[in-house]
Write a protein that binds this ligand. Structure first.
Ligand SMILES: Nc1ncnc2c1ncn2[C@@H]1O[C@H](COP(=O)(O)OP(=O)(O)OP(=O)(O)O)[C@@H](O)[C@H]1O
Ligand SMILES: [Mg+2]
Length: 245
């Protein structure tokens, strides 16, 4: 699934969270979006998913204008995202949280006998917990998860929707080194057909995953290129890397 934003501007009163932002993400691409706090990264995700209408500009998915589509309609096209803040059901177990995502996907467009549906959901919960290396957390209530465990479950929840375009908003924030490594491995192993856009502050993670990097600063796209181009970009070094080489 390809994605482009066409001169997207989002204003909050006097603040322009995004100013004429043009990004073009190819189908199957791994893209990172970086930039300082308040640069407009989450706002860009909100515009892509439909959580926020741009003040002006367009969003195109698979070359079709979806600017007027609801969040729900875009999700049906194959968009899934994670949020900076937790969205798990706190009083349900990890398995139950996963089952909700899987069930909603399996139900769409299919008439499936409830007993069989639940067997399929159960089997998929097990295999997803296995792939995420979380089988021990199956019966843990979400509120009892550690921070890193919760973030990893949230990535798994988004994957359970079987998205064609996956948007991850700082998925690695607060993860331990080992958790980070596991999450990077998991994301690198995603099917090539899935397009991934990742907002991330950890540049090691960015450079381990992304094929291209877009840099926002104060709502302006100041650079867009390969990891090597971004590392070498003077302006990026000034605003984002604090002038360090
Ligand atoms: N609902 C809102 N109302 C008013 N201003 C907002 C709103 N949401 C975001 N902003 C402002 O828009 C700008 C961009 O915010 P955004 O959350 O997109 O940045 P970000 O790059 O995701 O930052 P962070 O790295 O801290 O998550 C900021 O100046 C922020 O204060
Ligand atoms: Mg943000």
């Amino acid at each position: 699934m390809n994605l482009s934003t066409n001169s997207v501007t989002v204003r909050f009163g006097a603040v322009a969270a995004l100013q004429n932002v043009n990004v073009k993400v190819a189908s199957g691409e791994r893209r990172a979006v970086i930039g300082p706090n308040g640069a407009g990264k989450t706002t860009l995700f909100d515009v892509i998913t439909g959580q926020r209408r741009p003040t002006s500009g367009k969003v195109l998915i698979d070359d079709a204008d979806v600017t007027g589509f609801t969040v729900w309609r875009r999700a049906r096209l194959g968009l899934a995202r994670t949020f900076q803040r937790s969205t798990l059901f706190a009083n349900l177990t990890v398995a139950e949280n996963l089952a909700i995502a899987i069930r909603s996907r399996l139900k769409v467009g299919s008439r499936i006998w409830p007993g069989r549906l639940e067997r399929e959901v159960g089997a998929e919960v097990s295999s997803r917990l296995e792939m995420a290396r979380l089988p021990a957390l199956r019966h843990r209530l979400a509120w009892r998860l550690g921070h890193g465990e919760r973030r990893i479950v949230e990535i798994e929840l988004a994957l359970a929707r079987d998205p064609r375009l996956l948007l991850l908003d700082e998925p690695m924030a607060g993860l331990s080194g080992a958790e980070r490594e596991a999450a990077v491995t998991r994301l690198r192993a995603l099917p090539e057909a899935v397009t991934v856009i990742l907002v991330e502050h950890d540049l090691d993670v960015v450079f381990a995953i992304a094929q291209r990097v877009s840099v926002l600063d104060h709502g302006v796209l100041i650079a867009d290129g390969t990891p090597a181009e971004i590392r070498a970009n003077r302006r990026v070094q000034e605003v984002y890397l604090g002038g360090a080489d």
